[in-house]
Every structure is written in C-alpha cells, then in structure tokens.
Design a protein. Structure first.
Length: 247
C-alpha cells in the first residue's frame, strides 16, 4: 500500500491567506514526508499507478485515483484521509474499490538541518473485497526523518511497522532510505530503496528501488512522475504520475 502513498522531501507550495508557504507533498515515492500541513490549510494529492505482474501481464493492475487529503490541526499535527481508489486488471475484466485509511503525523523535531516525525495510520476494511470486521483493521506506525546536506541534496527515510490479517495476522517491518536532488526552484528528483519484511514465510519479502521527478507548475500545484523496479522475483515493477494541490 505504501508504495502508492508516498513522498520524499519534494517541494509543493500552498496558499494561506493569499501568502505562499512551502510544504512537502506526501507523493510520490514510498517514504512519507516529515513536514505537516499548516493549520487551516489543505493538500489534495492524487495519482495513477500501473503495476506490472512479474508472472503474467494479464494480471497487470491499474489504480486510480490514488487520493490523499491532508489538513493541519496544529503547528505540529496534521490529519490525513487516504485511499487507493479503484483497482482494475489490465483488460478491465476484474475491478474493486480500495479500503480507506485515516491517520496523521506529529512533528517531533524540526529545524533547518534535520526533521523527525511520528506517523500513525489505520486502514479500515471498507473496500469491495474486504470483510468489515474489527479484527480486519490494519494499523501502521512509522518514524519519518530527513537530513539536508546542502541546497541541492537531502536524505530521507522511514522506519515503519504494520500488521494486517491474511489467512492469519501478519506483521511486517518497512525500512526505506533515499536521496532528493533539487535541480532548480521548480524541478527536483529522488531515488529510494525500500523493503517490506513480513513476519511469516507465507508472505514474500519485497525489495524495490524507485524514483521520480517533480515539477512545480504553479505556486500551489506540483506535478510528478515516478516508477519502481522490483529487485527480487516477488517484487513488482510499477510506474505512475500525479498531482498535489494546496489551498
């Protein structure tokens, strides 16, 4: 799931009382940005994702619209609502609606050089293929960080743990690390490496390297394109694009 939601220290501007303020979008990428939306402001972040099945191209899937609504509660706290939208196979013969996730962030440390943020998400089994029972709720906790080396390079990453119910309850650990390159005031790129390590051998470990580009179209609109390559046979390749709008 987190491969969809993602964001890695890439710039988008939003307006607050007609004054532009720099924030970090949560998309694209696996890692989530450390910055929170300011109180009274909103971010809408949407995207499209195409995943390649490594065994049969007939099982390639498309997801749209990947959607995240972020709003600031206090200077250090934001509230988020997320969903992967509608999922369909390559030939549109099978489709389903995705679960809804709610949660937020709390900024623990913030300064010009480095930032540290806690994140909590709870996925509710509301999708068309989910059984809406308390036991099927899936929580996730994460610790997000970034470190600015200079005006053009910054590092970022996350340590996440989640649990969900499959045939039995599965626990996993999701570390990620990456680097962002700021090329101009409007154009940036990133590359990251992440892995998802499950507690049970019945679920394969995923290892993926992904990256992408962002472009600041207007003060409050960021466009992006991203893609990933699985580093083992159990990890899928994907590409996508999206938009982040602040107001």
């Amino acid at each position: 799931m987190k491969k969809i939601f993602l964001g890695a220290s890439l710039i988008v501007l939003i307006t607050n009382n007609m004054q532009a303020e720099t924030v970090v979008a949560d998309r694209p990428g696996f890692s989530t940005g450390t910055y929170s939306v300011q109180p009274g402001n909103f971010n809408i972040e949407m995207g499209y994702n195409y995943t390649f099945d490594t065994i049969s191209s007939k099982n390639d899937t498309q997801e749209f619209p990947l959607f995240e609504l972020r709003t600031g509660i206090t200077e250090n706290i934001e509230f988020d609502i997320l969903t992967d939208g509608w999922s369909t196979t390559k030939d549109f013969k099978e489709h389903s609606t995705s679960d809804i996730t709610i949660g937020g962030k709390y900024r623990l440390v913030k300064n010009d050089r480095y930032n540290l943020t806690a994140m909590t998400l709870i996925t509710l089994p509301t999708g068309s293929q989910s059984d809406f029972k308390i036991k099927n709720i899936s929580p996730l906790i994460g610790l997000l960080w970034d470190y600015t080396l200079d005006e053009t390079i910054s590092f970022f990453g996350t340590f996440q743990a989640s649990t969900y119910r499959d045939e039995k309850r599965i626990y996993d650990f999701q570390p990620a690390v990456g680097v962002t390159f700021t090329h101009t005031e409007k154009f940036a790129s990133f590359i990251e490496l992440y892995t998802i390590i499950p507690s049970s051998s019945i679920v394969p470990t995923e290892k993926v390297i992904d990256g992408g580009f962002t472009y600041l179209l207007k003060e409050n609109i960021q466009l992006d394109i991203n893609g990933g390559i699985g580093l083992n046979k159990d990890s899928e390749d994907f590409f996508g694009f999206g938009i982040a709008i602040g107001f």
